[in-house]
Design a protein around this ligand. Structure first.
Ligand code: ADP
Ligand code: ADP
Ligand code: MG
Length: 447
């Protein structure tokens, strides 16, 4: 096992990694920006190193500073968390070049799965269905021809895209020319790569994703699937496990996820995202080659510590867990508490936390870097806490979440959170019935 690792991230995920490492007896260095010098992971760290000014580009995305921090502190490995550099193959490669273990998959598999075009290719090779679509498009004429064949509406996607950005729905051939040009410019601006692919636009679907863990030598297990259909502008807000699928369909999707991960000899934790349409057709969307925000619901139903497993696999410990060892029990739900004003169109509402009270009791878990007296910096995303509950079944989990949300107090001048939004969802008749598609927030939440 490592003696010391560095976390190249912030907020709740930095804390999550710190907790896992500490239980393994591993010392933790937290690399942080100037804005995060008083953050909880920094205060709890064995060592903290400032890696730059508040803007992410100068700190959490600053590869030379991060590598220097790891080398100076003597960290043997870097955990990238999610976001920032977690899916950047160049970073993983540079870690390797400097003799530092990147806690995650190899740069090669990150690279091949990192683009939408690459992901579709691997899916095809491993016999996993994808949405009807194309590889990288060479021209608008090619896009028009493909769209004609597939049928409108179609979705133009930045092949290098991520975070739900760089997508454009095209509803007719008249719209294609402008949309194509716009999407190319956006792809170039956001992702420094203008490559576009095109897919059939699926109007109504659930987002179902498979959690896998692999040893990099062909052994892959799944830790069940999650439903992440409660989203707003492609950002997940609530996730749960298991998803509400016919058992045979669930097994097909899980098997497809494992097949694809095995095909690339996947190492570490990964997630395969699928679209499931109302007729029970499922299509692979993309693989996230990292731990995800919502990994906790899978931990709750499996009893596994996925972050510890990531660290152990990266340290070269034999990964002997068999599929038959993994027993999934009950139902888990996660609500992402964002510092946003739900009543004012989810606009950011940050400030200093004065009063803080998190819920507890049977089956409740809170992952949060907040403390009373902490000022939420304006430079990063708005996730401030994850409230996770586990129940015997979905009904109990919903009742427990409602109870836990009602106990939650996060207060300070100007601070608003999405707690009221989540309470409303837990009381929503469609939600309770499990009649959820990704358009839930826009179509099922108006009075
Ligand atoms: P998940 O929530 O399933 O882990 P997300 O796509 O929401 O995955 O990404 C996790 C975090 O990383 C979020 O904070 C998101 O905003 C950020 N993120 C993901 N991809 C990108 C990207 N290409 N550029 C910037 N931020 C990203
Ligand atoms: P990203 O890397 O930005 O997360 P994804 O391919 O995962 O890119 O797509 C982001 C979101 O866009 C998905 O979670 C899903 O809600 C939606 N989406 C993706 N592909 C399609 C499609 N073919 N039809 C309709 N919606 C889609
Ligand atoms: Mg995605």
């Amino acid at each position: 096992m490592f003696k010391k690792i560095m976390v190249a991230n912030r907020g709740e995920i930095a804390l999550r990694v710190l907790r896992a490492a500490r239980e393994l007896g591993v010392k933790v260095v937290v690399a942080h920006s100037e804005a995060d010098s008083q953050s909880l992971p920094v205060l709890l760290a064995d060592e903290a190193i400032c890696i730059g000014p508040p803007p992410s580009a100068q700190s959490y995305l600053n590869i030379p500073n991060l590598l220097s921090a790891a080398i100076i502190s003597g960290a043997e490995a870097i955990h990238p968390g999610y976001g920032f550099l977690a899916e950047n193959p160049q970073f993983a490669e540079m870690c390797r070049d400097h003799g530092i273990v990147f806690i995650g998959p190899t740069p090669e598999s990150m690279h091949s799965l990192g683009s939408k075009a690459g992901g579709r290719e691997i899916a095809a090779k491993s016999n996993v269905p994808t949405v009807p679509g194309t590889g990288v498009l060479q021209s608008v004429e090619e896009a028009l021809e493909a769209a004609e064949k597939i049928g409108y509406p179609v979705l133009l996607k930045a092949s290098a895209g991520g975070g739900g950005r760089g997508q454009k729905v095209v509803r007719s051939s008249e719209e294609m020319k402008t949309a194509f040009a716009q999407a190319q410019v956006e792809a170039q601006n956001y992702f420094s790569d203008p490559s576009l692919i095109l897919e059939k636009y699926i109007e109504l679907f659930r987002h179902v994703e498979v959690q896998v863990m692999g040893d990099g030598k062909g052994h892959v297990v799944h830790v069940g699937e999650r439903d992440c259909s409660i989203q707003r502008r492609n950002q997940k807000l609530i996730e749960e496990a298991p998803s509400r699928l016919e058992e045979s369909l669930r097994q097909e999707i899980l098997a497809a996820g494992v097949r694809l991960a095995k095909y690339v000899n996947y190492q570490g934790a990964g997630t395969l995202e699928f679209i499931v349409d109302p007729d029970g057709n499922f299509y692979f969307m993309e693989m996230n080659t990292r731990i995800q925000v919502e990994h906790c619901v899978s931990e709750m139903i499996s009893g596994l510590d996925l972050v510890k497993l990531q660290i152990k696999i990266a340290a070269g410990e034999p990964f002997t867990l068999q599929q038959s060892d993994i027993e999934l029990r009950g139902h888990a739900i996660e609500c992402r508490l964002n510092a946003e004003d739900y009543e004012k169109d989810f606009r950011p509402s940050i400030g200093k936390i004065e009063t803080l009270h998190f819920p507890g009791g049977t089956g409740v878990r809170v992952d949060s870097h907040l403390y009373a007296g902490y000022s939420i910096p304006p430079n990063y995303d708005s996730l401030v806490a994850k409230l996770i509950v586990h129940g015997e079944n979905r009904e109990e989990a919903i009742a427990r979440m409602r109870r836990a949300l009602a106990e939650t107090v996060i207060e300070g001048p100007g601070v608003k959170t999405t707690v009221p939004f989540h309470l409303k969802v837990m009381d929503n008749a469609f939600y309770k019935r499990g009649a959820i598609y990704t358009n839930f927030v826009t179509t099922r939440m108006s009075e």
